[in-house]
Write a protein that binds this ligand. Sequence first.
Ligand code: NAG
Length: 289
Amino acid sequence: MATFSTHSGVLPNPSIFLISVFVASLVTVGANFIRDAEITWGEGRAKIIEGGRGLTLSLDQYSGSGFQSKNEYILGRFDMQLKLVPGNSAGTVTTFFLSSQGEGHDEIDFEFLGNSSGEPYTVHTNVYAQGKGNKEQQFHLWFDPSAAFHTYSIVWNPQRIIFLVDNIPLRVFHNHESIGIPFPKSQAMRVHCSLWNADDWATQGGRVKTDWTKAPFIASYRDLNINACFPGSCGTDSFNAEAWQTQELDAKGRNRLRWVQQKHMVYSYCSDIQRFPQGIPAECKRSRF
Ligand SMILES: *[C@@H]1O[C@H](CO)[C@@H](O)[C@H](O)[C@H]1NC(C)=O
């Protein structure tokens, strides 16, 4: 995937694009895990491979593991290739998410809940703003996410958050600040990834436990691509130069989103009437697309 950063809008000549990659300070392109990530827990269970192109996390009875980006970002597009724990992954949770730190934090989540062999993973998405989440949507994928690498992307701009799988939109969370719904946009976030045991709730509501005879469980990450602003350095002249900054769905994207939401969505907080007896959240009453 080619991603370029420019300070000035229209630069038709590809060689100028290449030069601009080196002068731009706002954007990281093609992250290298050695340079751009730090292992946060799990001791030797997180391993950087292929000269920094890949990273594997493992989970055993004693611990899971995780890493985070060294830098923090405000708004951006984050693409990660991920190959999930194969076989019996019940009880395991693999994550790729953005999060700020401290009280009232913001967070944008992709979480992959494992399952018994042959049963589908659940892709869990959520958005937190100012410490409040409760905006879950879950999906079963149309492929086996443990058989090969697939690209999972978070597009985060001031108007919306788009969750994509292999460039197909799973979900769009719109900015509804105009009707009083908080939207994450002013706190810098790091990229976080982890593999951990959650067999008290993850698989079929906690009924299926992790089979430790299959440990260690391994999830593989590769080709993290970050195209984002650093705190304080998203000036106006660069701000419209990047596609993600105004990215939205076109007609084809809306069709695909409709297909995903009708055929592959297994839970949406917007349809969970029992959970919101006083009425479903206001943003749900707006267009889903
Ligand atoms: C596991 O498989 C069951 C049965 O197909 C399904 O209902 C469930 O959503 C799947 N995912 C998880 C995380 O339990």
